[in-house]
Design a binder for this molecule. Structure first.
Ligand code: HPA
Length: 245
């Protein structure tokens, strides 16, 4: 069983029930991570927890120091990363409250520090990223979702947009044409950096709103917060089931 790290996204800045054994504050060659890493036990298993947006939530998606976060987790001993991400639903099946374990990514971000391989390198490395998520880890999430009986999709293409604004309706039409099922702002470069550090990485995405233009009217923060409030309990149950497995 690998040493798991959980990266909590919007709505998951702390994990109730996680016992605190150690708070790991670290500087990295890339700067400071979003928050201290909490090392503790959850569902009877040792785990590392990091709040992607800081604790309290204060760092917007485009300003998260993804390199520092992944580097720090690796240094702290993580071997596998379970990333939790709130997303908008593009595909009709991706209704609010639905959970998805994506299998693919399309990256629409720009200007984010997205690689460890830069500067004065001895060798130029191109990591394989054909299948961006670790399949055994995805399967563990899927098994846990099955056990819990929640509505979920075992596949989905995650579109990562730059944010922090939400998309236009026309952008969502384009993303849909590109084959994307869900849209979020934090899946990249996190997944690619994890691959560069040889960390197994999978995502548990909670749909918190229909993507822009998918219903009449606008998307409100109140709507997103309500869906986060309703859905994070399920996310925590799934994570506990994966760890207890
Ligand atoms: N778009 C992008 N990111 C998101 C959304 C969305 O609709 N909902 C939650 N994160």
């Amino acid at each position: 069983m690998p040493v798991y790290a959980i990266i909590g996204g919007t709505g998951l800045t702390q994990l109730e029930g996680l016992t605190l054994d150690e708070s790991i504050t670290m500087d990295t060659p890339y700067g400071a991570p979003s928050a201290a890493i909490v090392k503790g036990h959850y569902a009877g298993r040792e785990v590392l927890f990091l709040a992607r947006h800081g604790h309290p939530h204060r760092i917007p998606p485009h300003q998260v120091n993804y390199r520092a976060n992944i580097w720090a987790l690796k240094q702290a001993g993580a071997e596998a990363v379970l990333a939790v991400n709130a997303v908008g639903g593009i595909h009709a099946a991706m209704e609010s409250g639905h959970l998805c374990v994506p299998h693919q990514i399309v990256d629409y971000t720009s200007g984010r520090a997205h690689t460890f391989f830069e500067g004065d390198l001895e060798v130029v490395t191109h990591v394989d990223f054909s299948y961006p998520y670790d399949e055994p880890l995805r399967q563990r999430l899927i098994t846990a979702l099955q056990q819990q009986g929640y509505s979920y999709s075992s596949h989905g293409v995650y579109a990562c947009t730059q944010g922090p604004r939400l998309e236009t309706a026309a952008e969502i039409v384009r993303l849909e044409r590109d084959g994307c099922d869900i849209v979020g702002m934090t899946g990249m470069p996190e997944a690619a950096l994890a691959r560069e550090q040889d960390l197994a990485y999978a995502c548990l995405a909670l749909v918190v709103n229909p993507a822009a233009g998918k219903v009449t009217g606008i998307i409100t923060m109140a709507q997103i917060e309500q869906a986060l409030h309703n859905g994070m309990g399920k996310v925590k149950q799934v994570l506990a089931a994966v760890l207890a497995d």
